[in-house]
Design a protein around this ligand. Structure first.
Ligand code: FAD
Length: 346
């Protein structure tokens, strides 16, 4: 393959904590490459709640998940980290020279002095609806996320799930003027939801008004015709199986985070979290650090602000490995001419 990329640091994960890790490393003159399984930065903030407000970022009274991501990208800009999206970090191996070989699912190979695992809850993968023969329709008529709502306008939609995503999209396609579906059938295994009560009430009102339908039951099979999915077989509590005709099937069973390859790197784990110390946030393998939601230590709280603190100490913990001959000093961004130069604010 291509020749390996030699670097000071590789960061696994471009969530808020991985992004801020770039900043803290940058202040110490440590150059980083960032890899994320998703096609864009922001981690949970981008994937799970881009438009929801966050109220507990210090000195930012309110911002959405998307805004937080944008601000972090702006803040780390001066450090010129390189981003590699749409690929998982798959393999990590210690080399004889003390560095690490790091490989991605798309065949990138890094040789790095330090590794920062900021992998959050793991690489995101939607939980699948397991019905025989259904898989082949993925991204054609079966969708686990809505990228472009307009493409579902005027269609017969079947939506499966009982959480906020299922309810929100059912309401959207039943009501939205430009995206209104020909029909919306919501299917959930029981007549109870894990969603905002107001959404549930709205859904019931729309059913009363014949603007959509709700069916209690389990999807148990499919109907096909000429290579197209034409219907979903749904078995109700009465053991009767009905066929619900459809053009598109949207399934929202939540994202199941897959720790995936990280479990195989030989790191000490506790309940699928990476064990770290609280001085350097270093793992059981010297030179590999873990920050943000992925790590665990006594008193751990899965908050963005905790991850930011962890990133700062991990950077200081890593600096002696990158610059063995240097005395590492804490400098204030307010007053340090050297930092001003690096930040481009002279
Ligand atoms: P994540 O945001 O999970 O990002 C990790 C990234 O790593 C992901 O993009 C993933 O694709 C990637 N990844 C994982 N494994 C690999 C791999 N092997 N290779 C490549 N990439 C990989 N926190 C607050 O502090 N305040 C709030 O108000 C708040 N509200 C929230 C609301 C909701 C609905 C949710 C779900 C969470 C909320 N949180 C809040 C929690 C907050 O989002 C997390 O603490 C934060 O996202 C953790 O950041 P992270 O960078 O550690 O991980």
């Amino acid at each position: 393959g291509a020749s390996p990329i030699e670097t000071d640091a590789v960061i696994v994960g471009a969530g808020p904590v991985g992004l801020f890790q770039v900043f803290e490393l940058g202040l110490l003159e440590i150059k980083a490459h960032v890899v994320d399984a998703l096609a864009y930065p922001g981690g949970q903030c981008a994937e799970l709640y881009p438009d929801k407000p966050i109220y507990d970022i210090p000195a930012v009274p309110v911002c959405t998940g998307r805004e937080l991501t944008e601000r972090l990208l702006q803040q780390i800009e001066p450090f010129g980290a390189q981003f590699h999206y749409g690929q998982e970090v798959s393999g990590v191996q210690r080399r004889d020279d003390g560095r690490f070989d790091v490989e991605t699912s798309k065949g990138l190979h890094f040789i790095t002095k330090t590794l920062f695992i900021a992998a959050g809850v793991g690489a995101f993968q939607p939980r699948a609806l397991k019905v025989e023969g259904l898989d082949v329709y993925a991204e054609r008529q079966l969708f686990y996320r809505v990228r472009n709502p307009a493409e579902f306008a005027g269609k017969q939609l079947v939506i499966v799930g009982g959480g906020d995503s299922a309810l929100d999209w059912a309401l959207h396609f039943a009501q939205h003027t430009a995206h209104k579906a020909a029909s919306v059938v919501l299917i959930h295994r029981r007549d109870g939801f894990r969603a905002a009560p107001a959404s549930v009430a709205r859904m019931r009102a729309l059913c009363e008004a014949h603007e959509m339908q709700f069916l209690v039951g389990q999807p148990t099979g499919i109907e096909e015709s000429n290579g197209r999915l034409t219907g979903l077989k749904v078995t109700g509590a009465d053991a009767v199986t009905r066929v619900v005709p459809l053009d598109a099937l949207l399934v929202f069973f939540g994202l199941s985070p897959k720790l995936g390859p990280i479990a195989d790197w030989g790191l000490a784990l506790e309940r699928r979290q990476v064990v770290v110390d609280t001085e350097k946030f270093e793992t059981s393998i010297p030179g590999i650090f873990a920050v943000g939601d992925i790590n665990t230590y006594p008193g751990k709280k899965k908050l963005i602000l905790s991850g930011f603190h962890e990133a700062a100490l991990a950077a200081f913990g890593a600096a002696p490995r990158v610059f063995p001959d240097r005395h590492i000093q804490l400098q204030y961004t307010t007053t340090s001419p050297k930092l001003h130069k690096m930040l481009g604010v002279e």
